[in-house]
Design a binder for this molecule. Structure first.
Ligand code: NAD
Ligand code: TYD
Length: 339
């Protein structure tokens, strides 16, 4: 199957490309604008593969996107490209609107005239908002997004489902929980804490650190997406959870234990505005329909991730240089230490 992937140079997209290309039946066209989060180094393993091709393009350019579709004629599209970080979406919501909403709209418009057999819109459990225990969101749970990021993702989910209802575009929406693993940009909780711990820098924990997230190993997520490409049903939503809910503080403590660093590195900083307390979701529908279950145990996955960051500190330094560095200085360095 010829699969056009958007955002394939990012964290999850590059993992998907590396996995999908192992199936000789697949051919991949990767469309990515290479923002601060996109890095072709993540794809060194597939760069020379005869069935892989990279096209640098911005989803906000509808005419350019249409040309790519006319030329590539993909049978399936898996849409990862997004501004994916909640904190950035709070400091700078405009690019979130542009890529996550306008970019998704342009993609849907580019597909409308074409006979794609499948469109997988990769979304997030954050669209369900914060849930009181013991609630778990299933796919019919109401959408209550809190941040510009999750609100834009919820909007693009609904737009994609609208294209299924109105134009019979073969849309599937997936909603995954928090991913972790190699190649994740060191601005999200796990890679930031690992890379800071390895450099003996403070670990900034927001608020009381008791916010709960469900952790999903990135390869498990990508295996779920491959199962959905194969066996999912058009017009459906599938939750993808790691089945491992933990407070942030526990995750940070484990990172300190694995890296052998002292807890004095933890710095309690002011909380994120609108911070969701707890995400929780059920992936029973996905397991029932495709047989998928997460394979990676959290302790093993976290240890493997720490090892990857330890062995790839040059990668971390390179991705953190340039634009990211000045962004970080502008927006994070002012955060007050509260404990
Ligand atoms: P990422 O930030 O690592 O990568 C995003 C990629 O999209 C980058 O390669 C970037 O260059 C590209 N991109 C951004 N704007 C673009 C544009 N206008 N045109 C073309 N390419 C553009 O993101 P990620 O963490 O890999 O997330 C991928 C997808 O998965 C996103 O849609 C995100 O909402 C979703 N998701 C992420 C998580 C998570 O924990 N990271 C969890 C659930 C869902
Ligand atoms: P993050 O990795 O940004 O993912 P999301 O906000 O999409 O869940 O954050 C995960 C959790 O970790 C969230 O509760 C916010 C918290 N967090 C910190 O405490 N400190 C940090 O420096 C970051 C980036 C996140």
């Amino acid at each position: 199957m010829k699969i056009l992937v958007t955002g394939g140079a990012g964290f999850i997209g590059s993992c998907f490309v590396r996995l999908a290309i192992q199936n000789p039946a697949h051919e991949i066209v990767n469309v990515d604008a290479l923002t601060y989060a996109g890095n072709l180094e993540n794809l060194t393993a597939v760069a020379d593969h005869p069935k892989y091709r990279f096209v640098k393009a911005d989803l906000c350019d509808l005419a350019g996107l249409r040309r790519i579709f006319d030329e590539a004629r993909p049978e399936a599209v898996v849409h990862f490209a997004a501004e994916s970080h909640v904190d950035r979406s709070i400091f700078a919501p405009q690019p979130v609107f542009e890529t996550n909403l306008r970019g998704s709209f342009n993609l849907l418009e580019s597909m409308r005239a074409q006979r794609v057999r499948r469109f997988v819109h990769v979304s997030t459990d954050e669209v369900y908002g914060s849930l009181e225990p013991p609630l778990e969101a299933d796919e019919d749970f109401p959408l209550r997004p809190s941040s510009p990021y999750s609100a834009a993702k919820a909007g693009s989910d609904l737009l994609a489902l609208g294209y299924f209802t109105t134009y019979k575009l073969p849309v599937i929406v997936t909603r995954a929980s928090n991913n972790y693993g190699p190649y994740q940009f060191p601005e999200k909780l796990i890679p930031l804490m690992i890379s800071n711990a390895l450099e003996d820098k403070p670990l900034p924990v927001y608020g009381d650190g008791l916010q709960v997230r469900d952790w999903l190993y990135v390869e498990d997520h990508c295996r779920a997406l491959l199962a959905i490409l194969d066996k999912g049903r058009d017009g459906q939503i599938y939750n993808i959870g790691g089945g491992r809910s933990l407070p942030n503080k526990t995750v940070v403590d484990r990172i300190l234990a694995i890296t052998g660093k002292p807890s004095s590195l933890i710095e309690h900083v002011t909380d994120r505005p609108g911070h969701d307390r707890r995400y929780a979701l059920s992936s029973a529908k996905l397991s029932k329909e495709t047989g998928w279950t997460p394979q990676m145990d959290f302790e093993r996955g976290l240890a493997a991730t720490v090892e990857w960051y330890r062995a790839n500190q040059k990668w971390v330094r390179r991705v953190k240089s340039g634009e990211y560095q000045s962004y970080y200085a502008r927006n994070y360095d002012h955060r007050a230490r509260v404990g």
